[in-house]
Design a protein around this ligand. Structure first.
Ligand code: MTE
Length: 325
């Protein structure tokens, strides 16, 4: 008989190898419910999540790749995409979110969708996951700071949500509000931004099929540091337009007051379309560094208008994009 030795060289397992009692019990309960066929998809995900979290990994989230909306660029390594982040609710250093976002509790979670709509809704994670088929879309995301990543996101067009709530004729903009809970987010309370983090889009921008209601990345649910459990990704705009950990979506008449525009209006406009021809007042926006590929010593790559998503140009016909930066 083969005796499996523990990798610590002793015949006792590491503490991490012992299934915690709570996990073991939930597993037993889960098996009973599974046999009885009484579990919904969210309950399955919830239990799979608990299992996965106990093992320190994110639960899987399946979705077929949509080639029509996928960049051919090489995706950024998962490790880079999850360790070099902006999520000021957890601190301002790039490494802070990965270090501190474990205190965020992404389940249970609800998103309230209201304002100028005929059918306001409050959706839990189950409802969000079931609202439309999940797709994988490989998008470039460029940060206003001059770096970019390529990420296989999982989600569906935000327009699916718009269809469900039926905006009234008064709705001209969509406002996205992130969670701001000091107990879960140590950076909330710092004065670097006004909390909660708010972002916004014009209604026709929000309706563009590229605007992605995002529930996962790399075939998994979102890691906390990337905005679990639900965020928006708007690939033709600077990264800060893509609000994380969203709790409220409001359809409004007037242009929303957005976090970065309030903090520094001369530096961050409402539109914030990626535009190599409009410099930030303190630096050029003409080039960028691809995280994990371009080093500080290699030439930066050229930034593309609308981050290369030229399809969105018609949204801005007749607008002076220097004025509406
Ligand atoms: N959303 C919230 N709530 N708080 C933030 O600080 N940072 C933004 C955006 N969304 C931010 C946020 C910025 S500046 C960027 S570049 C992207 O998230 C980064 O997303 P990523 O870490 O998943 O790449």
């Amino acid at each position: 008989m083969l005796i499996k030795r523990s990798p610590n060289g002793l015949d006792v397992p590491f503490s991490s190898e012992i299934t915690p009692r709570a996990v073991f019990e939930s597993r037993r309960h889960f098996m009973k419910q599974l046999a009885a066929g009484t579990l919904g998809s969210a309950a399955l995900l919830e239990l799979a999540s608990r299992e996965a979290f106990a093992q320190g990994v994110n639960p899987k989230l399946a979705g077929a790749r949509n080639p029509a909306y996928s960049a051919m660029d090489k995706p950024t390594a998962y490790k880079d995409a999850t360790s070099y982040n902006n999520f000021y609710e957890f601190g301002t250093d790039k490494s802070d979110p990965a270090q501190y976002a474990h205190t965020l509790k992404p389940r249970p979670w609800t998103v309230t969708i209201d304002g100028e709509v005929k059918k306001p809704l409050t959706l839990d994670l189950d409802a969000l996951l079931k609202l439309a088929p999940i797709e994988e879309r490989v998008y470039r995301l460029r940060c206003v700071e001059g770096w970019s990543m390529v990420i296989p996101w999982m989600g569906y067009s935000f327009s699916e949500i718009i269809k469900k709530v039926e905006p009234t004729g008064n709705a001209k903009y969509v406002e996205f509000t992130s969670l701001a809970d000091k107990k879960q987010m140590p950076g909330v309370g710092s004065r670097v931004l006004e909390w909660p983090y708010v972002e916004g889009l014009r209604l026709d921008e929000a309706r563009h099929p590229l605007a992605l209601l995002t529930l996962g990345m790399y075939g998994e649910t979102l890691p906390n540091q990337n905005g679990a459990p639900v965020r928006i990704v708007v690939p033709w705009k600077y990264g800060f337009k893509s609000a994380k950990s969203i709790v409220r979506i409001r359809f409004v008449k007037d242009q929303p007051r957005t976090a970065w525009n309030v903090a520094a209006p001369q530096e961050y406009g409402f539109y914030s379309n990626v535009n190599p021809e409009v410099d930030h007042p303190r630096w050029s926006q003409a080039s960028e560094r691809r995280i994990g590929e371009d080093s500080f010593f290699t030439r930066k790559r050229k930034t593309l208008m609308f981050n290369g998503y030229n399809d969105v140009a018609s949204l801005y016909t007749g607008m002076d994009l220097r004025k509406y930066f």
